[in-house]
Design a protein around this ligand. Structure first.
Ligand SMILES: [Zn+2]
Length: 351
């Protein structure tokens, strides 16, 4: 059964709507396969989706209830519920003030629809013992009527138009405040240079220890190490600047590449030391620097590593440790055919 068919049947099973184009549960570390199923179930809101993290397939079930002052004691209640652990084996349960999510991984066969329905039943029964169901009112103000499910950044809820507007404006204000925060670029450059010098040197000396004398060469490690190099560099740059912005991202790209290539210079120096049986000298480092591109494009393998260095560095703005914070929420309504339409708020929110 393909994913779309599976999701449609799942929607039927739980009386929900299959929305192929939504990004609920999508994060830097996991993607959703073909959207999610949404529905109201005994007064609670439900979202179900197949997930993918690397090569691992999983399933996630979110049951939402109105925000409570404290996190309902669901985690323990569910784990101690007789029979709960027999569904699909080991599951992660995460309870929050406004919902509980249950996720697990599977190999090859997608979870059986009837079993998902039974699990949902069990979860909702447990939830109903500790959290109120939605009452047809907006969950933010508790006053206005709200009977249609609204997705806020992909999470189902009940939000009246006025509250959507208010939330959007509040978030816009936060975004403006963040943007206008003072940025210390001077400190950012200094911190970035220090971080690049340290991480680049660490990479160079470590890989020299591992490979230069033995003559081994693991292209995969050389090709992906820029990821690891970028983490401390990004962290220190943004810390020193005081916020995440485009300038910091550009600085991170340049300094990650510089750090990786500084490490490569140390590595090539050690290779030359080994091959020519000479001792370390700064003169030797200087000669390696002059012939740096000859080394970086020595053969197909080295050229591949060089390309990876550049591509990974250029992709830094999309990495979780360097992406810009998002503020303004997206509100969407679910149409009966499973398509999404943005609510009025989106059009009127200040840009
Ligand atoms: Zn409201």
């Amino acid at each position: 059964m393909n994913v779309a068919t599976y999701m449609s049947q799942l929607a039927q099973q739980v009386g929900g709507i299959y929305v192929p184009k939504c990004t609920t549960f999508k994060s830097h570390y996991q993607s959703t396969m073909k959207g999610a199923v949404f529905g109201a179930y005994k007064g609670y809101l439900v979202a179900l989706a197949l997930t993918q993290a690397g090569r691992t397939s999983g399933f996630v079930m979110l049951v939402r209830y109105p925000k409570a002052p404290i996190v309902p004691p669901l985690q323990e209640a569910l784990k101690n519920r007789p029979g709960f652990s027999s569904f699909f084996g080991k599951k992660a349960v995460k309870a929050a003030v406004d919902g509980v999510s249950i996720s697990w991984t599977y190999v090859m066969t997608k979870p059986k629809l009837e079993e998902i329905a039974s699990l949902l039943d069990a979860v909702v029964e447990e939830v109903s013992k500790v959290a109120q169901p939605f009452s047809g009112k907006c969950e933010d103000c508790g006053a206005a009527e709200a009977r249609e499910i609204t997705l806020m950044n992909g999470i189902p809820g009940y939000h009246c138009p006025a509250c959507q507007m208010r939330t959007a404006e509040e978030k816009q204000r936060e975004a403006d405040e963040y943007r206008s925060k003072d940025a210390n670029y001077f400190l950012g450059v200094i911190a970035g240079l220090v971080a690049a010098a340290i991480t680049g040197s660490a990479w160079g000396w470590l890989i020299s220890l591992m490979e230069a004398d033995s003559g081994k060469w693991s292209p995969k490690l050389h090709a992906v190490i820029a990821f690891a190099v970028s983490i401390p560099i990004c962290w220190l740059i943004f810390k020193a600047i005081g916020k995440r912005d485009r300038v910091g991202q550009v600085l991170a790209i340049v300094l990650t590449l510089a750090a990786k290539w500084w490490g490569d210079t140390i590595y090539f120096t050690h290779v030359v030391m080994h091959v020519q049986d000479v001792a370390f000298s700064w003169q030797l480092v200087g000669s390696v620097v002059r012939h740096f591109w000859d080394y970086k494009f020595f053969d197909g393998g080295y050229t591949f590593v060089t390309i990876c260095d550049i591509v990974i560095s250029a992709a830094i703005p999309w990495m979780p440790w360097a992406s810009l914070p998002k503020f303004v929420p997206v509100f969407q309504n679910i149409n009966p055919d499973g398509s999404l339409s943005q609510t009025l708020t989106q059009g009127t929110a200040p840009r």
